[in-house]
Write a protein that binds this ligand. Structure first.
Ligand SMILES: NC(=O)C1=CN([C@@H]2O[C@H](COP(=O)(O)OP(=O)(O)OC[C@H]3O[C@@H](n4cnc5c(N)ncnc54)[C@H](OP(=O)(O)O)[C@@H]3O)[C@@H](O)[C@H]2O)C=CC1
Length: 316
């Protein structure tokens, strides 16, 4: 029987964040339209079951995922106290949904039926001044306002590169440093943009990893990725070997590796067992050794980096 041994990262404002986000409501659950006919009972069921698990359940949401109704319903039906649910939300930037982050969050709070979110992010640095009427610094100022009002307990960014962060940090208007940068991160993409991992570590900006299980998803689609999997054979053998050694799933090995790299993994699954495995990740008797962590890092980076999300924006 797995025991819950919840771990946390400490953010640069001193607040603690549960060290694995178990239910991302984007990717698998992403919708382009939010109405009664697209309402996903499956997602509500998954969230409801997750909210029965012990410990603080960390949910990752965003304006653009169109999943507030499902998250709101599951939270409403849950008996878990609000302080045992961590909710991350993101203001949609590349595609304008609400006029400002203040409007966006007010709508989200209403749909989620909560008084605050635990973390609010700017979804990306790509804010078109002409469409939004403001740029990234002003967008950040809105987040600072929501932080001061207590509607967002922590604030951060997503998909920001070093230059994007430097722009914020060097702006005389900016008062609060982002607490988090959520980026695509896994052994096959250790730098979403050049130097971002190291820069965030130095600046005490917590890196959150979305797509932490990228290598397993790629292997699963082996037909399309045969050659890729073959080139990374040694890497895949190591993950299988470690899963056997520690009696853990391959997903748990990658999530634990992410944590050991001082990065918070944000995962998701359509299978409840995998959600449960992620919540039970921090078994007190399980930790990869320093050598194993380094070996995954090195084998993962020996081939060309592999990007899954935001390809168009990064190739511009
Ligand atoms: N800020 C941003 O721009 C972005 C944020 N995100 C956030 O991150 C969350 C997670 O992203 P996602 O890319 O889905 O993360 P993951 O890397 O956790 O991938 C989840 C996928 O992995 C599959 N999987 C799990 N275990 C295995 C296994 N052993 N073998 C093969 N496949 C496996 C799952 O399939 P199954 O359902 O069968 O278990 C699921 O489809 C999103 O939901 C969203 O909240 C995501 C993208 C961009």
């Amino acid at each position: 029987m797995s025991k819950i041994n919840q771990k946390f990262f400490t953010l640069n404002n001193g607040n603690k964040i549960p060290a694995v986000g178990i239910i991302g409501t984007g990717s698998t659950w992403f919708k382009t339209v939010e109405n009664d006919s697209t309402f996903s009972n499956e997602l509500v069921e998954q969230l409801s079951q997750a909210l029965k698990l012990p410990g603080i359940v960390h949910i990752d949401a965003a304006e653009i995922y169109k999943t507030y109704p499902e998250v709101g319903k599951a939270i409403k039906e849950s008996t878990k106290p609000r302080n045992e649910i961590w909710i991350t939300d993101k203001y949609s930037t590349a595609l304008k949904i609400s006029d400002t982050p203040v409007d966006g969050l007010n709508t989200a709070l209403e749909k989620l039926n909560v008084e605050y979110v635990d973390l609010l992010l700017l979804h990306s640095p790509w804010i078109d001044q002409a469409a939004y009427g403001f740029g990234v610094v002003k967008a950040w100022k809105y987040l600072e306002q929501l932080y001061k009002e207590g509607k967002a307990k922590n604030i951060g960014v997503s998909n920001f590169g070093v230059e994007d962060l430097k722009l914020l940090l060097s702006s005389p208007e900016v008062e609060i440093k982002p607490q988090v940068n959520q980026i695509e991160y896994n052994p096959f993409l250790q730098e979403q943009t050049p130097g971002i991992y190291q820069y965030c570590q130095e600046q005490h900006i917590l890196v959150e990893a979305y797509h932490p299980l990228g290598p397993l998803v790629l292997k699963n689609k082996a037909k399309e990725n045969d050659e890729f999997v073959e080139r990374n054979k040694e890497f895949y053998c190591l993950i299988t070997e470690l899963a056997k050694k520690y009696q853990k799933t391959e997903s748990q090995i990658l999530l634990e590796w992410t944590y050991e790299m001082n990065v918070l993994p944000v995962t998701t699954s359509s299978k409840f067992q995998r959600i449960k495995d992620a919540q039970y990740l921090f078994d007190p008797e399980f930790a990869l050794s320093k050598e194993e962590v380094a070996k995954i890092r090195d084998l993962g980076s020996q081939n060309e980096p592999h990007r899954t999300y935001w390809k168009k924006e990064y190739t511009k």
